[in-house]
Design a protein around this ligand. Structure first.
Ligand code: NAD
Length: 281
């Protein structure tokens, strides 16, 4: 058994948004004998495993969030809207929701948080912004959101900074690329975060002794990657996957990527031109 911040004998990790795509992919990879997973979501979680704790929580509800954060050693905050939506919705769910999580973390004495940000917080950078001789766009770039969704992620990054510098919570912000079981298209050949690598990065964040506050790209070491892995590697992350193994199939299906097309040239891809506030089709 491992000691924990709340004095118990095991470590408890709260995963918000645990019913979602990443929650489902990550849970089996993050479940260990010496760790209790507390699974939080606004929708029902129908596939919890023995030993998991399930909490029904709407992150907009501060009392429910406070309860979910009791006796927790770390929070992986995935819950919220994961694509473009109305300004009011992303404000309430993503920004106010994350504020509720961070407030509850401070009140409950939770020492460590991982925030799921997005490439869309920095969607208006392009390939030409990669510094010469570097391995990709730097971590910690000032926000250039591409949508209300991206703006909400930039806002939660800033909230993370506030809660770290005010209250000393260790907060790692992940600017996630494209985290699905497989890269669906040719853009994702560059931006894919393999689920196994996502778990490796989360484990690295959890194990790192002093994260402070940092914003890092979260991608696999894809052959076509153009976002740096320096920040993630500094946490001890080593990617073990590369979307290139899907390249022949995706190129056969979708054609060779045209790198001047915004889908491939811009960090945010198609999001940079989607109508604001409208769901992506
Ligand atoms: N998957 C990716 O490629 C990707 C890329 C960049 C960023 N992200 C971010 O990572 C996180 C997880 O992504 P995902 O692909 O699993 O998204 P998802 O949409 O599949 O899952 C999000 C989960 O949050 C839950 N949720 C929504 N509103 C909530 C609320 N008010 N209270 C509590 N829970 C609520 C949903 O029910 C859902 O289960 C999201 O924050 C997303 O913005 C994901």
């Amino acid at each position: 058994m491992v000691g924990s911040a709340h004095g118990g004998e095991s470590n408890r990790l709260l995963i918000t948004g645990a019913a979602g795509n990443m929650g489902r992919l990550l849970r089996p990879l993050l479940r260990h004998d010496d760790r209790i997973l507390r699974l939080g979501d606004i929708v029902e979680i129908d596939d919890a495993q023995p030993g998991d704790e399930v909490v029904n929580v709407d992150v907009r509800d501060p009392e429910a969030v406070a309860k979910a954060c009791q006796d927790v050693d770390a929070v992986l905050h995935l819950g919220g809207l994961s694509t473009e939506a109305s300004f009011d919705d992303v404000l309430q769910v993503n920004v106010v929701g994350t504020h509720n999580v961070l407030r509850a973390v401070v009140d409950a004495g939770v020492p460590k948080v991982i925030l799921a940000s997005s490439n869309h917080a920095a969607g208006f950078y392009r390939r030409g912004d990669v510094p010469e001789g570097s391995d990709g766009l730097p971590d910690e770039l000032p926000a250039r959101p591409d949508t209300f969704y991206g703006w909400s992620k930039a806002s939660i990054e800033a909230l993370g900074a506030l809660y770290h510098h005010r209250f000393g919570v260790d907060i790692t912000v992940l600017r996630i690329g494209t985290c699905f079981a497989e890269p669906a298209d040719t853009r994702a050949l560059a931006t894919w975060l393999a689920p196994s690598d996502a778990a490796r990065l989360v484990e690295a964040c959890l194990a790192f002794p002093d994260n402070g506050f940092r914003v890092v790209w979260a991608v696999s070491d894809n052959t076509r990657r153009w976002w740096t892995l320096a920040g993630a590697r500094a946490l001890g992350y080593e990617s073990s996957d590369d979307a290139e193994r899907f390249a022949a199939d995706r190129i056969a299906r979708f054609g060779e990527p045209e790198l001047t097309d915004p889908v491939h040239d811009m960090v945010g891809g198609a999001f940079v031109s989607t109508p604001l506030g409208e769901l992506m089709s």
